[in-house]
Design a binder for this molecule. Structure first.
Ligand SMILES: Nc1nc2c(c(=O)[nH]1)N[C@H]1C(S)=C(S)[C@@H](COP(=O)(O)OP(=O)(O)OC[C@H]3O[C@@H](n4cnc5c(=O)[nH]c(N)nc54)[C@H](O)[C@@H]3O)O[C@H]1N2
Ligand SMILES: Nc1nc2c(c(=O)[nH]1)N[C@H]1C(S)=C(S)[C@@H](COP(=O)(O)OP(=O)(O)OC[C@H]3O[C@@H](n4cnc5c(=O)[nH]c(N)nc54)[C@H](O)[C@@H]3O)O[C@H]1N2
Ligand code: SF4
Ligand SMILES: [Mo]
Length: 718
């Protein structure tokens, strides 16, 4: 028996785990530490090998033979597949230009290919990259950069207060964060939870504010109102290190607590109590939360969180949130991506950059110089979400050819059809492609629409180097445990094979993923294998308050409470609150998408029997009162309907929700429905069918959909 040290990437938090290997196969995945609050593993990690051994896993390249989506495939060799893909892609590019290729990837992919995908695209000349990161962390990273030049990372072990804006890590949901919060509480840190629902963290909190879904930005205004009125902020820091404080304060003054109470549904006194707790137990942290990434007022909510950190003296100090920058000796993915190789003309074609620029090259142009000055490199692709196109704009170009046609689509471990807003549009967009390639494990509903499904390797089958999504200077190696089955290969291989066929071999001198990893760690004077043997992780010690010598990586060198970047892009330079559109007649309830099911990651894992048996069906959570009003009982099947459409879900009664609020789970399809239903129930259950993508429901700066608090109704289904 041999034991390898690996990073589980069955979700995107990358726990350090031990993998026991015997006779070339994985016997067990286990935690590296037996102590409960250090044992970072969940049921998905434990059952990962069963998922990878599943008989339905795609083990060989498949080429579509029937109509798109008809589920008819023939097995081909990798060489034949790559030759044909390259030839067809060249024909598309000759006809429409390189920008006619769009690429979508998943969360995990962003740190397993060393930037090879972006490198290829930048050499080729297309800016049209999107990713699940667009709805998750990319938002927070992009907006944090605008305010103070980097995306800070919480110092849980030393913090005195944790404020969770909806984020709810549990034992089987981002286990390391769950454990870190529990350890911090044991050391005396306060916990404040803002959640419409009495969540697991709300139960454990010092203060729980049950705010209305979708009102986090208004709540943050309320906190700032109290903190500024009561002088609970660091006045020296404000004087020396911020710009726009007076105007910011004037804006905050338009949010007296009775207004905030009316919008959020929480009593003014409770809001004030929480704000005081946060401002007097410093340094505190507001850990990144997808809940504020997925709201109509996302950009403002994130900016207000930034202001709360900065004004309470919690920025870039021990126990607060730390601006890491790049690791000084290890080559970052940002550098490997070669963003400087993409011409300004091609960058300008990035889809959505005129209307919703926050993630795009255009939106980050003003930060290039400051980022170079402070962090040493012009392009910092934080959480691999910094230079993205807008997803809705990409799907529109794929569907309608507006403003120009996108005709080739490559999706790598991203169930694209179900992972963004407006699934009908995405389906039409995919149907309108001349070439679709999916690099996958499974015949997902997205892969089912492809011309080629190429078999990807899994995290036990490859080496990898993680830097916390380009977010931290903490570098963690993952050892390959076993050989991939069949003809499964890494996404690095896919990109390199394509690059070679396009004449970019000189820019891809690393023949394998391992050679690329050797190159990345060469500055440490060792090979990747030696590095992985010696280090569970390698961290360049953070330089707290680095800004005192370099300034912040913003145009002014200060914390921009008044954002010059957003002002120049034509947006309100101050955070603001946008009311929801009027409620349409006949939709008396609100829904939110989310509350991840413990056994699955996003749209994955439904094929793993040991996990699926814990949550066999997609469930709407409803209060007994709301269910009774709709004539529904536990176990009934019902439609959750919105003006956009409906999803069919099974009713589960919950008393931890407020009346009027319904939970719709994300990402349901049923792999077992293949081959009779080629899209495996996606049209029955997938939440993306009812995620809206109209302007009223998009954040203005980012163009990302509102998923928290949308009008709906319940109807019994047969
Ligand atoms: N409508 C809607 N959209 C959403 C959300 C929502 O709630 N509603 N949530 C958003 C959030 S928070 C996130 S994080 C993103 C998640 O979006 P993604 O990161 O795309 O996550 P998954 O849905 O798990 O899709 C990952 C796919 O990769 C495959 N896969 C897994 N591991 C590997 C591997 O090692 N190699 C290869 N080649 N393939 C692999 C899996 O089979 C799966 O099909 O979605 C976002 N999109
Ligand atoms: N088992 C498992 N774990 C996962 C994942 C998974 O798929 N499965 N996915 C991982 C990923 S990529 C992500 S992004 C995270 C997501 O995980 P979390 O950040 O914890 O998000 P959710 O589980 O969707 O919802 C958390 C809480 O938000 C509350 N909430 C709903 N609407 C609002 C609102 O408008 N405001 C506020 N303040 N609260 C609201 C809900 O009541 C719920 O209790 O989970 C990670 N962990
Ligand atoms: S929380 Fe679970 S799925 Fe995510 S990395 Fe850790 S063990 Fe893997
Ligand atoms: Mo996420």
């Amino acid at each position: 028996m041999e034991t390898k040290r690996a990073l589980c990437s069955s979700c995107d938090i990358y726990c350090q785990v031990a993998v026991d290997v015997e006779d070339g196969s994985v016997k067990r995945v286990r935690a590296t530490d037996p102590r409960p609050l250090k044992a970072n593993i969940c049921m998905k990690g434990v059952h990962a090998p069963a998922g990878f051994r599943h008989p339905d896993r795609v083990l060989h390249p498949l080429r579509r033979v029937g109509a798109r989506g008809s589920g008819q495939w023939e097995q081909v060799t990798w060489d034949a597949a790559m030759d044909d893909i390259a030839e067809r892609l060249k024909a598309i590019i000759d006809h429409y230009g390189p920008e006619a290729l769009a690429v979508s990837t998943s969360q995990w992919n962003t740190q397993t290919e060393s930037g090879a995908g972006r490198r290829f695209m930048n050499l080729l000349g297309t800016p049209n990259w999107i990713s699940g990161v667009a709805l998750c962390a990319g938002n927070t990273a992009a907006i944090n950069r605008m305010v103070y030049g980097w995306f800070p990372y919480p110092d849980y072990p030393n913090t005195r207060c944790i404020a969770l804006f909806g984020h709810n890590p549990r034992q089987h949901s981002w286990t390391p964060v769950y454990n870190a919060i529990r350890r911090a509480q044991q050391k005396g840190a306060k916990l404040i939870v803002l959640d419409p629902r009495r969540s697991e963290n709300a139960e454990a909190a010092d203060i729980w504010l049950p705010l209305r879904a979708g009102t986090d930005a208004a709540m943050a205004f309320g906190w700032l109102k109290v903190i500024l009125d009561e002088g609970l902020y660091d006045q020296d820091f404000v004087r020396t290190w911020t710009v726009g404080f007076e105007a910011f304060r004037d804006r905050v003054d338009t949010f007296p607590l009775d207004r905030v109470a009316e919008i959020t549904g929480v009593e003014a006194e409770r809001i004030a109590e929480a704000a005081r707790m946060f401002a007097t137990n410093t340094p505190g942290v507001i850990p990144w939360t997808p809940i504020t990434d997925q709201q109509r007022n996302s950009t403002s909510a994130i900016r207000l969180h930034c202001a709360l950190r900065a004004l309470t003296g919690s920025l870039d100090v021990p126990g607060g949130e730390v601006l890491h920058g790049f690791h000084p000796q290890i080559i970052s993915e940002s550098a490997l991506e070669l963003h400087e190789a993409l011409s300004p003309e091609q960058k300008a074609k990035q889809l959505g950059s005129l209307t919703h620029p926050a993630f795009t090259y255009r939106g980050t142009e003003a930060l290039r110089g400051p980022t170079k000055r402070v962090w040493g490199h012009e392009y910092a692709n934080l959480v691999s979400g910094s230079y993205m196109a807008n997803p809705t704009a990409v799907f529109r170009a794929m569907e309608e050819g507006d403003p120009y046609p996108v005709k080739a689509f490559i999706t790598l471990g991203n169930n694209t059809l179900m992972s963004f807003a407006n699934m009908s549009r995405i389906a039409r967009a995919l149907q309108n492609q001349d070439l679709i390639v999916a690099v996958e494990h499974m015949k997902t509903p997205t892969a089912a629409l492809a011309d080629y499904i190429l078999p990807g390797d899994a995290w036990t089958e490859r080496s990898c180097l993680s830097d916390g999504f380009g977010w931290t200077a903490i570098q963690r190696p993952s050892q390959k445990s076993v050989e991939p089955p069949g003809e499964c290969r890494s996404v690095y291989d896919f990109w390199r094979e394509l690059a070679v066929r396009f004449g970019f071999e000189a820019q891809f001198p690393w023949a394998t993923n391992e050679a690329m990893l050797d190159h990345r760690v060469a500055g440490l004077g060792m090979s990747f294998d030696e590095f992985a043997e010696q280090h569970a992780y390698h961290m360049a010690p953070p330089q707290f308050r680095k800004y005192e010598t370099t300034g912040f990586a913003t145009p002014s060198g200060k914390v921009e409470l008044w954002s010059s970047v957003l002002e120049d892009l034509g947006f309100d330079p101050l955070p603001y609150w946008r009311d929801p559109p009027a409620r349409p007649q006949g939709y008396p309830l609100d829904l939110f998408f989310g509350m991840r099911d413990d056994p699955f990651f996003q749209t994955g894992h439904r094929h793993v029997a040991a996990l699926r048996e814990r949550v066999p069906e997609p469930q709407a959570f409803v209060t007994p009162e709301d269910a009774a009003k709709a004539g529904l009982d536990a176990g009934d099947w019902a439609y959750v309907e919105t003006p956009e459409g409906r999803v069919r879900l099974q009713i589960a009664l919950r008393d931890d929700l407020p009346n009027g609020l319904v939970r719709v789970p994300h990402g349901w399809w049923k792999p077992e429905r293949l081959p009779t239903d080629a899209l495996s129930g996606a049209w029955d259950h997938a939440d993306a069918q009812i995620c809206p993508d109209d302007e009223d429901n998009l954040d203005q700066e980012q163009g990302i959909p509102h998923l928290k608090g949308l009008p709906c109704r319940l109807k019994k289904a047969e």
